[in-house]
Design a binder for this molecule. Structure first.
Ligand SMILES: [Zn+2]
Length: 155
């Protein structure tokens, strides 16, 4: 397959998680994709620099496009902010044209978020009232059980 066509297919495949799922079931072109290796995200030098400056111990090679597409996100000025609640970081990802004319999902920076900041963001994304959510439960240690007056949500 000529690389440009392949790029377009991969790009549109990743464009939107729901679109990707639909394509996955409908399109024969994505069936072959399943057998390929996981696609790691591209990181620009600025993002790598910030990662070490901010003491974020995370191997960029372990962060795949498949993984971030499962994360809650919000957008700001065409930049996707993917919230990783496991690593407590937010990836700032943009679609950037590479030298071959392909759109490539690129991490442009990364920030560390403490668990409470992260929980606030997740609540915003899901339209939950942060004040009404049980924070103990978010971190897996609410002892009040069904007697708890806050709402138990999993993120
Ligand atoms: Zn609770």
């Amino acid at each position: 397959m000529p690389y440009k066509i392949e790029c377009i297919i991969l790009y549109s495949f990743y464009l939107h998680p729901i679109a990707a799922k639909m394509r996955h079931t409908n399109s024969p072109t994505t069936t072959t994709y399943q057998h390929q290796h996981q696609h790691t995200l591209k990181w620009n030098p600025h993002a790598i620099e910030r990662k070490s400056e901010r003491d974020i111990a995370l191997d960029p090679a372990t962060v795949s496009i498949e993984y971030i597409s499962t994360l809650p996100y919000y957008t700001n000025n065409n930049c996707y902010h993917y919230c990783d609640t496991i690593n407590n970081v937010t990836y700032y990802v943009r679609d950037i044209l590479n030298e071959n004319g392909c759109m490539v999902k690129t991490v442009v920076t990364i920030i560390k978020r403490n668990p409470i900041q992260m929980a606030r963001r997740i609540c915003e994304i899901n339209g939950w009232k942060f004040e009404s959510i049980c924070r103990d439960n978010l971190f897996g240690n609410c002892m009040r059980g069904s007697g708890c007056r806050y709402i138990h949500k999993d993120i």
